[in-house]
Design a protein around this ligand. Sequence first.
Ligand code: FAD
Length: 337
Amino acid sequence: MTPNVCVVGAGIAGAGAAYALRERAAVTVFEADAIGGRMVSGTRDGCVYDYGANYVDPPDEQVEAQLQSVVGDDLAVTTDDVWIFDAEGTIEEGRPNQGRKLSGRNGIDEIVAAYLDASGATVHEQTPVAHLSRTDDGWRVTAGGEQRPFDALVVTPPTCEALFEDADWEADLREQLIAARERQSYRTIDSVALHYPFALDVPYYALVNTDKDHAVGWLSRDSCKPGHVPDGEEILIVQLSPAWSAGRPEATPEQAAEAAADHAATLLAEDRLAGPDWWDHDRFTRALPGDRVNPALVEYALPHDLGLAGDWLAGTGRTHAALETGLDAGRRLGKRL
Ligand SMILES: Cc1cc2nc3c(=O)[nH]c(=O)nc-3n(C[C@H](O)[C@H](O)[C@H](O)COP(=O)(O)OP(=O)(O)OC[C@H]3O[C@@H](n4cnc5c(N)ncnc54)[C@H](O)[C@@H]3O)c2cc1C
């Protein structure tokens, strides 16, 4: 009989796990919110904008070839460069020979959706996993008001300690996982999309603050991504620095948007940027991991029919690293099933 596997979370790690299991198991993915996780996109007035992860930078040709074959013609490739700026707002050219930066023509979440489509998994959005129970031959998962048995489980969210705390599972590993996640730090980022009814004439795709001493950590132009912004318009993605965001836990979306627009106007020396005609905002309290957990946890989990994946395991806030943890978890579980 075909084994069945439950994947918790439809971010890129969960999608990678489902993809790696596509010929080995019937996969069901439960997602608390929407496909993409932190690879999240918005749409408005004919515009598309990525306001979580900005792009996937494939580390080698093999990963890029896989992304190309899974996502196909919907990949949106940006070749413009990232430049740098310091605390004083002085802008300089970035490093030479920067690689290709990948999103989807309809948003970066399209990449995650493509992996899930190719996996053949059944995906339930807006369906958080509420409870996990270890059984003699797998796991019982409660989601959407139903309990279902699975032969194996893959857990991906950076908030997974809450699931393990509540789980019916007598094992030392349960405590180890909770402790490892609780020790790990995550940075908070307020991300703001600012729309303007005019184009910007600058020679770069994005600016990154290198001395970590500016209120803006990252500023990029979604108009550089094919299919995202109509000609003659601009969407700036301004990510306020972790210090700005963590130091203002009570900041409202309006305050974050106003700060983002003011800083964009000053940094780019363009007064009109202080007055976007519309904006969007999200606060990511678990934006980027500050450190990694013990990678041996992956090995310890396998005998429990448990795969672990996500950027919390990779220890770096990079989409390709989260994808690799998912592919790896799927491959390892697939061999055991
Ligand atoms: C502002 C920002 C900018 C970034 N910029 C970049 C960038 O330019 N390039 C780059 O490579 N990376 C970037 N990153 C990092 C990148 O987004 C992450 O490393 C990557 O997307 C993590 O993927 P994941 O699958 O591990 O986690 P997630 O994407 O967080 O996926 C986990 C999923 O689990 C779901 N979930 C949680 N609890 C439950 C539950 N109980 N039941 C079911 N589902 C649940 C969540 O809703 C979520 O969808 C950025 C991140 C942020 C926030």
